[in-house]
Write a new protein. Structure first.
Length: 371
């Protein structure tokens, strides 16, 4: 059995174990006769093992708090606070706290993130034609904070502001590599800080596992000396998602995603292709440039109240400027996966995805849907 086969088999057994796990007879016998509050806050915490091409096998502990704020809870959207800490055999660690809170009848949204990580990874250069053999290792240590607030303008239209801060220390680069030369922006690390604004239209019936509706967002961020940043650049992001219901608990999710940056952009802040969300099947950062254009679709279906399946495919391209869109070889990926619903009320899921790109493969065990 090959190394990849052993990893796939292990991941499948883990997923099956999650799916088969249910309440014990003793626990069932102790259930109260009084009907529980369906909107009571729920805190889930557990140790876990997951895998991705970037982290390989990783271990961690995490918790997820789901709740509905306000008096009319049946009309409130699910607020969530995610927190987890992970470590893998490559001496990579990651600590994350990520809240998304809906208040005042869903008309006011607070979101953000706090992250501290050490992440040994690969840099393949910038552009659409980099080769696998060009990869060189580097190890950044990063502390980042992002704060955001959105307010309803009218109906499903929201407007918001955010602040982004990140300090990166470059612990190690490969001797004789592109980063060691210091010619690439960000190769010595540094601080970025900036402010942004966004508009989004959100008519999804659920935040965690939408079965219908749409999510459309455009955001613009500017980083510069005024905010204390070592780098001056801008970033525009367009995220368009549409969910097409195909019957009970079945949906076709589609996404078009565009990123464009300009100015003195540190290489680790360029648009990245790959990872667990943007074209699964490619190493995150395998291709990077000032722009990224992606389209992808995923069919999702729950076959029981707890177990679901998914199939997905996507196309993407990175580019230095809009006139270069499509000039290189488009990147294609496809795959399938299974889902386990850990919170039936709100639709929170754990997913296992297998994805194949062009001469690449990715296996992902993680929480929440890709988009």
């Amino acid at each position: 059995m090959t190394k990849t086969s052993r990893i796939v088999a292990m991941a499948a057994l883990m997923a099956v174990g999650l799916c088969l796990r249910g309440p014990s007879a003793a626990a069932a016998a102790e259930e109260p006769a009084v009907k529980p509050d369906p909107y009571k806050a729920r805190l889930l915490g557990l140790p876990f093992i997951y895998y991705s091409p970037e982290t390989k096998l990783a271990f961690g502990v995490g918790s997820m708090l789901n709740f509905r704020a306000g008096r009319i809870k049946e009309e409130a959207r699910t607020s969530s606070v995610w927190a987890f800490a992970t470590y893998n055999l490559a001496r990579q660690f990651n600590i994350v706290i990520k809240p998304e809170i809906y208040v005042k009848g869903n008309s006011l949204i607070f979101n953000g993130g706090l992250q501290y990580q050490r992440a040994p990874q690969q840099f393949y250069g910038v552009g659409n034609a980099t080769q696998s053999a060009d990869g060189e290792s580097f190890t950044p240590r990063t502390f980042s904070v992002r704060l955001g607030v959105k307010r309803r303008v009218s109906g499903g239209l929201f407007g918001g502001l955010d602040f982004d801060f990140e300090r990166t220390t470059m612990e190690k680069v490969e001797p004789g590599g592109l980063l060691a030369s210091g010619a690439i922006a960000g190769s010595r690390g540094g601080m970025i800080a900036g402010f942004g604004a966004n508009l989004n239209w959100d008519t999804r019936d659920s935040v965690l596992f939408p079965l219908q509706g749409a999510f459309l967002q455009v955001s613009a961020d500017a980083y510069g000396a005024t905010a204390g940043s070592d780098f001056s650049y801008n970033r525009i992001e367009l995220d368009l998602r549409k969910y097409w219901p195909l019957g009970t608990n079945r949906v076709l999710a589609t996404q078009a995603y565009l990123v464009s940056t300009g100015g003195n952009v540190p290489f680790y802040e360029l648009a990245l292709l790959g990872g667990e969300s943007l074209l699964r099947g490619y190493y995150k950062g395998r291709f990077r440039d000032k722009g990224l254009l992606l389209v992808q679709a995923e069919f999702r279906a729950l076959i029981t109240k707890r177990i679901g399946v998914a199939g997905f495919a996507g196309l993407a391209d990175v580019f230095p400027g809009f006139r270069d869109v499509g000039a290189g070889r488009l990147k294609f990926a496809a795959g399938s996966g299974i889902r386990y619903v850990i919170n039936k009320r709100d639709g929170a899921t754990v997913r296992l995805d297998l994805a194949w790109g062009q001469e690449s493969f990715g296996l992902y065990i993680t929480a929440r849907e890709a988009f």
